[in-house]
Design a binder for this molecule. Sequence first.
Ligand SMILES: [Zn+2]
Length: 244
Amino acid sequence: MRGFVRVPMILALSLLLGGFLLIAGARGQVQSEPPVPPMVGDLLSGRTIIIDPGHGGWDPGARGRYTTEAIVNLAVALKLKAWLRTAGARVLMTWDSPQDIPPDRKYRVRERLEWINRQHADVLIDIHCNSGQASFRNPQTFYWDGAPSYHLAHDVQEELRYFTHSRRDVKRIDQYVLRYAHMPAINVEIGYLTNAQEERLLMTSSYQEKLTWYIFVGIERWLLKGRWSADLLDAPPPTDLLVR
Ligand SMILES: [Zn+2]
């Protein structure tokens, strides 16, 4: 159940920042004040995030019994995009509709990467489904190199562990996109299509909604680090704002 503690924590953080804004706003006219944190809903404003749903076109990726990876990757990527945009981020996608990739064509990793590296984004999130033995299940986040990518992967995987009660940890993997992306980059393998139970979950809109919430919280946590002083982020939430 620890996963559900994260939601109030983020809400508390948002309230804290909102309260700080009210206080700072009331004083703002008089003298120059430290930078004012943005309103709730703008926590990620000014950040550009690229989401790359794996496969597409004639390349379905891994296959489950009822669906394919490309279909699930796109559905999940669109839900993740919605969360990130709600928080004020600018979100770009390598493709965001089945019509973007002709059914007889493959969207090659190299073409994606060239496009990705031209966008000057802060973060790249690749979305894939895993495949393996029928008993394998649960999401896992991969990175290739560099502390930023590792920490981003770690923050996302920690949320996913809370969500799925899994003990899977982040893993280093040599993937073309992760290796050559010019920004912190991770690959979230959102679950195993080869596990019948998990395939059903991954096809369910409500599960996709929850899954992407936790991925979003992990990304947000990582992006907010260093943006405001540790004092502000570590301070307990102002209790008077929490009582209504
Ligand atoms: Zn894949």
